[in-house]
Design a protein around this ligand. Structure first.
Ligand code: FAD
Length: 542
């Protein structure tokens, strides 16, 4: 099989044109091309009036060697790499101990799935509820202003990404093609096949719920066990000649579960668990993250700016954007987790706090586009030097947003024009904000530190030069966006174990090793492999 890349065709090309273009590019006759599959499809929108689809295809041809020789100087034709997933080993038949995975978000799901596929029969402990019950609790906040701190948009089966846009791309280095494994498992669990080949795949909330249930059943069928409403509140540690080692975990219900291999896939919102880890002396350090607001525009404005006359073409879907501005005060402002045709959601897991985020359905056909507009901050900005200082800052901003929003989980909001002019908003304009349970118009100037407000005030007009209308008077800002990534790292070594607790494998977004669904899934696979290697006495991955 050969991979041919950079094959460009007009947006509206007929299906047969792809085969014709391959034949022409390779200079072969029709009967020499035995099979074609699309590996990737993206688009080149630099010329909006002549938008091109760009393909990478895998082709089966009659005489591979001759073609490779003919194209030896062409970097766009090469043997297709082996992207299949190979397990690192299998659990010994007599192994009695079962590894524990704490958390059943994307990282925990893939850690458990791969461990189960290797025969290790993991036990998953998830503090939240199974996804259907969890959905009811999440709606409880959005529709009735009732927060369940153990079952919400952050906590429960599927993790933080369940009620999301389900964007499935990442910029992490992935030389072993683990991302392909994640996407393939998602397809097996019910995701549309196209996620394997479109350049910016997404699933949307509705499908994610069903997929998570299917993956749970798969893990169970392989001998794994998933226990919901099992909140891990402490570690059982043992000091020996080789240093400190985990031997089990304690649960809120008083139960203790023994295991010398524990994957911690907590997500970035498990603040109580981070405090417990810190109190227990597990090595951790503060790390940079970002803070800001959500911005909402009419999706049609973004479509027009990005796709010109092709706006609305079903092959392209609702347009997205990615923006960056380096402000004169040294801060970087960037768009985060952009959700085309989606809604802004209430994403707190703690009482009396307001946090925004975004989600969408697969169709992405809501009227507004939304994205975080966030400012990068570092531990130097945190109120203290300890590893938990970033959490203290998040809490302060989220509690202030709760107060600015009126103290009933409404989000404080402001029109972009008013924010730029420095006056409070009194009435909405043409953009109806989507955040539930509601938006209270106010002045957002005190919602973030002054340097962040200044940087965002500078960035919005700069973004308007890239997307005409971005700084329109009526666009709506809501706040605050504080859970952009983990504010700390539970540091691990080359064997993926905690620096000072053997057998503890911090992984995923909460541990500071992933950002997003795909990279958290990839890190879950890596954690599962590290656990397996330790059981099997194999050297850690180089
Ligand atoms: P999480 O998904 O946070 O899972 C951690 C799990 O651990 C949780 O279920 C939690 O209940 C559990 N847990 C925590 N503490 C304990 C404990 N002590 N005991 C037992 N269980 C515990 N990313 C994208 O790539 N694309 C998107 O479109 C996207 N949209 C998003 C939209 C929203 C609204 C949100 C909130 C996030 C979105 N993200 C998106 C981010 C993405 O969800 C996360 O990056 C990803 O879920 C991280 O995976 P994880 O498994 O590391 O952690």
């Amino acid at each position: 099989m050969l991979r041919l890349t950079e094959l460009k065709l007009p947006l509206d090309h007929p299906p047969a044109a792809l085969r014709a273009a391959i034949l022409q590019r390779l200079g072969i006759a029709d009967d020499e091309l035995l099979g074609v599959s699309i590996f990737k499809r993206s688009y080149d929108a630099r010329k909006k009036h002549a938008l091109l689809l760009v393909y990478a295809v895998d082709v089966e041809v009659r005489n591979e060697a001759a073609l490779l020789k003919k194209f030896r100087n062409d970097s766009h034709l090469a043997p297709t790499p082996d992207m299949r997933y190979h397990v690192v080993g299998h659990a010994p038949r007599d192994l009695e101990e079962r590894p524990i995975v704490v958390g059943f978000g994307p990282c925990g799901i893939f850690a458990a799935l791969v461990l189960a596929q290797m025969g290790f029969r993991p036990i998953v402990l998830e503090r939240g509820k199974a996804v259907r019950e969890r959905t009811q609790d999440t709606w409880g906040l959005w529709r009735k202003k009732v927060l369940n701190p153990e079952s919400n948009v952050q906590f429960g089966e599927g993790g933080a990404g369940t009620f999301s846009d389900g964007k499935l791309y990442s910029q992490v280095k992935d030389p072993k093609h683990y991302g392909r494994k994640v996407l393939s498992e998602f397809v097996k669990a019910g995701a549309p096949e196209e996620i394997l080949y479109v350049s910016k795949p997404h699933i949307g909330t509705f499908r994610l719920v069903g997929m998570v249930e299917t993956m749970r059943r798969e893990i169970e069928a392989l001998g794994g066990e998933i226990r919901f409403q099992q909140h891990v509140t402490d570690l059982v540690l043992e000091d020996g000649a080789a240093g400190r080692r985990i031997t089990g975990v304690m649960l809120a219900n008083g139960e203790t579960l023994a295991s010398r291999h524990v994957v911690l896939a907590l997500g970035h919102s498990a603040r109580d668990t981070f405090s417990m880890l810190h109190a227990r002396g597990v090595h951790m350090e503060a790390k940079p993250f970002s803070i800001g607001f959500r911005i909402e525009h009419p999706q049609s404005l973004i479509d027009r700016a990005r796709l010109g006359p092709n706006a609305g073409n079903p092959l392209l879907g609702a347009a997205d954007y990615k923006l960056v501005h380096h402000a004169t005060n040294g801060r970087s402002v960037y768009s985060f987790c952009m959700c085309p045709g989606g809604t802004v959601v209430a994403a707190t897991s703690e009482p009396n706090c307001v946090v925004t985020n975004g989600m969408s359905q697969y169709s992405r056909n809501e009227r507004n586009a939304n994205a975080g507009i966030v400012v990068g901050i570092t531990p130097a900005d945190f109120p203290g030097d300890d590893p938990l200082a970033g959490i203290a800052l998040q809490r302060k901003l989220e509690a202030h947003a709760f107060a600015l929003g009126g103290g009933d989980y409404s989000a404080p909001g402001q029109l972009v024009g008013d924010f730029l002019a420095g006056r409070p908003s009194a009435a909405l304009g043409s953009v109806e904000p989507s955040y539930q349970p509601g938006v209270r118009l106010t002045d957002l100037a005190t919602a973030l530190p002054d340097y962040a407000i200044a940087a965002i005030r500078e960035a919005l007009p700069a973004f308007d030069r890239q997307i005409k209308g971005f700084a329109m008077q009526d666009a709506v800002l809501t706040g605050v966006e504080t859970r952009t990534s983990s504010p700390l790292r539970v540091t691990r070594g080359g064997d993926l174990q905690s620096l000072n607790v053997r057998g503890l494998f911090p992984a995923g977004e909460g541990a500071g090793y992933a950002g997003g669904i795909l990279s958290a899934g990839i890190d879950g696979i890596r954690a599962a492999e590290a656990v397996a290697r330790d059981y099997l006495g194999q050297a850690p991955e180089a």
